[in-house]
Design a binder for this molecule. Sequence first.
Ligand code: 4AD
Ligand code: MG
Length: 478
Amino acid sequence: MSDRIKIKEILTSGKADYEATVKGWVRTFRNNQFIALNDGSTINTLQVVVDRDNLPESELKRITTGAAISATGQVVASQGGGQSVEIQATDIKIIGDADPQKYPLQPKKHSLEFLREISHLRFRTNTFGAIFRIRHSVAFAIHQFFNERGFVYLHTPIITGSDAEGAGEMFQVTTLDLNDVPKTEDNEVDFKKDFFKKPTNLTVSGQLEAELGALALSDVYTFGPTFRAENSNTSRHLAEFWMIEPEVAFADLNDNMDLAEDLLQYVINYCLDKHDEDLKFLESRLLKEESQKPQKDRSDMALREKLKFCVDNKFERVTYTEAINILKNSKPNKKKKFQFVIEDWGADLQSEHERYLVEKHFKKPVILVDYPKEIKAFYMRMNEDNKTVRAMDILFPGIGEIVGGSQREERLEVLESKMKEFDVPIEEMQWFLDTRRFGTCEHAGFGLGFERLVLFITGMTNIRDVIPFPRYPGNAEI
Ligand code: 4AD
Ligand code: MG
């Protein structure tokens, strides 16, 4: 190991007059003398001043955008503006060349679409550096939040035999030879010959397993990858995304809402605190992007202002019934501007409706509760009215649904009859029903879409840009 110092440390300490070695990738090389070096520890570059007289021409030529280099020299107060200190290099080593004829990331503005095509290199841009540093902090802050509150991090399975959401949008897992599928006498697939001797799939949610944990450990959460084979080519959907799912015993829907609101505010606050420079950069990126749009599609607030607003204000809590009334009487509904016009109570809300409520009507995050039972999952607790369930969705500006959760149906008979109604295979789910058979209790939980939260915090507009290796219909690069 060398005595390499990270650029972030050099720049934040601002100290001068000591010798240091830095390593990183050249962003630009100006006047054959000034290197802007970045090592990913910060969005900022360190200026490395080259001692031209003592570096052979052949080496100078190798200092090109994208090359990996090491530089050693005195850290001194900088003469030029823009940085407090710079390094006067006495020794420069080229660690890895980047042929300027072939390296695709030259120092100019590249579109996000272009960068998506070279997703293996996009980490090296300012935008993606900022996004992935923030993504890390969001994950870290989530674990810290739950740890401080005594939650147990429970790893639920990635390969499972159940369909938690009952939505059937699953990726199958098999070791059977698809060119020669073994069949039973009834000409059905013979899963007895498959690895697990039964049909399996990638998990769509760890909730049902988390419930088993909560009814013993009290407070648990999962944080893992989930998979949905829904054919949604939108800027909000991924086929592989990460989800945080807390599950809490002896808790009702109000406790659930409080927990979700606390979690979101805690994480946003953490990022505001730790990532001012990255957020400042992303904020100006967003401003530039929005300046191309018509006035009505621009945000009212700049990125950091919007994040602060979310931290400082209580989320609006509204019932589905109230929301439907607001939507029915709204201008876009009356003028039939919505793609799906709201006619009656019972309609499922589309993203256009959610965004109207958040962005135009309430102008702040909204928690919608008490949805019609028909449009929500089988495990949600039935209300006294026998029409609605104790569901909650949290809606965020620019995002729509960021959290989906509920108080769970803890009464065995009610749950069983709901499962029948929803065609959920009761026989196969006795393990789940056992929690209701033995020591059942009121409990609640929710699922927070990790990438949707990162999307919100970074002010990006496409979910494919906030996960390192996005998977969506037709794409599983790398
Ligand atoms: O609303 P969902 O489907 O809820 C569940 O899966 C419950 N089992 C959660 C629970 O109560 N434990 O998904 C939860 C969240 C959504 O609100 C959304 O933020 C995110 O997961 N999500 C997606 N994110 C990216 N791509 C997709 N295809 C997503 N589907 C859901
Ligand atoms: Mg949902």
